[in-house]
Design a protein around this ligand. Structure first.
Ligand code: NAP
Length: 540
């Protein structure tokens, strides 16, 4: 075993959160090390390089807000930037602030063990090397641990295949988004599946989509950003960030305070039509305030979107397959699309309903459903993630008394503020379960998370404190609060990654994984806790 280096803080992951955590702690004079599994910065935007991958947050609201230089020097080309542009942006930030010198790439943290006597964490990497730090910050991402289906025969497939989160590098052919002459299969129709399907359909000889449940998709309405708009966005950047920070999801879109039930049918339809034609998440997060809380209000927008799908898909039988029947609009994460439904009007695109004809096995040449075999040259798994807790579950984390985090959270996570859990002192979970940042225009809330943790670590240094963990009561109360908030919404009525549901992780308990009280309330609570000397935490 190699010698152990010691730091003030170790950060796991060099995505948007890990990069900013490194920057802030380093600025405060702490010695920080980031361990990153991949060979570059960017996290989600490093790994998810499948064709069609892009934001559905307005680019300039997704960007970091903490450096005027970054805002001035970086120009977004599209309202919703494609993944290569975002990856370039994050590399630009890493270069500008020399972040790489404190990041060790190709280094997966396999194990983290709390040393009670020394009040510090020891982490062990895949290669067996170790490092120690007083503070351990997980910045591993809520959607990074991808899942592959346990379909029999998956390993026997002889063609080329990948999960969307591990798209292979290549300069030509399908790896470079040219599917000409190829028969392609895609399994999965979540936000990722929708993006990759609409892209592959442009060039594939045949594209067969294997769908379990359809999702309520709405138009992205993307477009280039003009020079005038760019100038405005740069000049008014802080106002735009403030505008985001004041809304439920920290997007530009704020709910319309009226109820969908109190306005006339004409007014309602007019707003629905307007939002459907506008860019981004307005149709979800700028809609009538009760579409996510009242089943009657939700039914109205659900019926509207169903009508749109039926108008856009030529074949009525195919349209019916694309209209969700088991959940209301917005109760799952809404995929934003660009001519997704029109793909199914093309002769080269075929939609298979796995509820009627389930996949029986993967065979060397393709996918065998109960009625028929579909031979494909390339098979894409857009089958989602072990969401929110997955990346942590894959690390062997042991706290006080050797308690494993996987055991503590076997029946689901329990946390205080989504930042800490008892028995695991000095470990902070950025964008973790029950954390406001998990239901958010993520960088906006990442900045809140990171700054809160950095302030806390600075506070502990100033007061000569060595250890922090929540009281059991604070944790229990927060965990109940998170659940109660979720019960006031319609989210628990649908199976989705919000509820920890992915059929490839059947062992995971169905429970709401996020914080649904809105970004402003979450920030206010965190600020209040800090203002009261970290009320609810035990500091030693
Ligand atoms: P997802 O929403 O969990 O969707 C996974 C899909 O795979 C679902 O359609 C699921 O069907 C299907 N599936 C899973 N296992 C299967 C199996 N064994 N057999 C057949 N089908 C199977 O995952 P995702 O699409 O990767 O999206 C996850 C999240 O990533 C999104 O909600 C979003 O937050 C984020 N994302 C963001 C963007 C963006 O910013 N634009 C883009 C992509 C993703 P069932 O649902 O019926 O089980």
């Amino acid at each position: 075993m190699t010698s152990t280096n010691t730091y003030d803080a170790i950060v796991m992951g060099a995505g948007i959160a890990g990069m900013y955590q490194l920057y802030t702690l380093r600025e405060q004079g702490f010695k920080v090390k980031v361990f990153e599994t991949g060979d570059g910065v960017g996290g989600t935007w490093h790994w998810n390089n499948y064709p069609g991958c892009r934001f559905d947050s307005e680019s300039y609201t997704y960007a970091y807000s903490w450096s005027k230089d970054i805002i001035d020097e970086w120009t977004w080309t599209e309202r919703f930037a494609p993944q290569p542009e975002t990856k370039r942006y994050l590399n630009f930030v890493a270069d500008k602030f020399e972040l790489r010198k404190d990041i060790q790439f190709n280094s997966r943290v396999a194990k983290a063990t709390y040393d009670e006597a020394n009040t510090e964490w020891e982490v062990e990497l895949d290669d067996g090397s170790t490092a120690r730090a007083k503070f351990l910050v997980s910045a591993t991402g809520p959607l990074s641990a991808f899942t592959l289906p346990g379909i029999p025969g998956r390993d026997t497939y002889a063609g080329e295949s990948c999960h969307t989160a591990r798209w292979p590098q290549g300069d030509t052919g399908w790896k470079a988004n040219d599917f000409s002459g190829l028969r392609v299969g895609v399994i999965g129709t979540g936000a990722t599946g929708v993006q990759v399907i609409q892209e592959i359909s442009k060039t594939a000889k045949e594209l067969t989509v294997f769908q379990l449940a359809p999702n309520w998709c709405a138009p992205l309405n993307n477009g280039p950003i003009s020079e005038e708009e760019t100038a405005y966005n740069k000049e008014h950047a802080q106002e735009l960030f403030d505008q985001c920070n004041a809304t439920f999801g920290a997007f530009l879109h704020a709910f319309d305070e009226r109820s969908a039930l109190e306005v006339s049918e004409e007014e309602r339809e007019a707003l629905f039509e307007k939002l459907y034609a506008e860019p981004g998440f307005g149709i979800w997060l700028g809609n009538f305030s009760d579409i996510m809380t009242s089943p009657e209000a939700n039914q109205l927008i659900t019926d509207f979107i169903a009508r749109k799908i039926r108008q856009r898909v030529d074949n009525p039988d195919v349209a019916e397959l694309l209209v969700p029947k088991d959940h209301g609009f917005g109760t799952r994460r809404v995929p934003l699309e660009t001519k997704y439904f029109e793909c199914y009007n093309q002769d080269n695109v075929h939609l298979i309903d796995l509820n009627k004809t389930p996949i029986e096995e993967i065979v060397p040449t393709g996918v065998k459903c109960s009625d028929k075999q579909y031979d494909v040259d390339v098979l894409i798994y857009a089958t989602g993630f072990d969401a929110v807790t997955g990346a942590l579950r894959r690390i062997d984390i042991a706290g006080i008394g050797g308690e494993k985090m996987t055991d503590k959270w076997a029946d689901g996570p329990s946390t205080y503020l989504g930042m800490q859990t008892t028995g695991f002192p000095n470990l902070f979970t950025l964008v973790g379960p029950h954390n406001g940042a998990t239901f958010c225009n993520i960088p906006r809330c990442i900045e809140q998370n990171v700054e809160w943790v950095s302030d806390l670590i600075g506070y502990m240094r100033d007061k000569n404190l060595n250890e922090i963990q929540p009281t059991q009561k604070a944790e229990d109360d927060w965990t109940v609060h998170v659940d109660e908030l979720a019960q006031q919404t319609l989210f628990p009525t649908a199976d989705s990654w919000f509820m920890g549901v992915n059929i490839n992780n059947p062992e995971k308990k169905r429970m709401f994984m996020l914080y649904s009280g809105g970004a402003p309330n979450y920030k206010a609570k965190c600020d209040d806790v800090a203002a009261h000397d970290y009320d609810g935490f035990v500091l030693k």
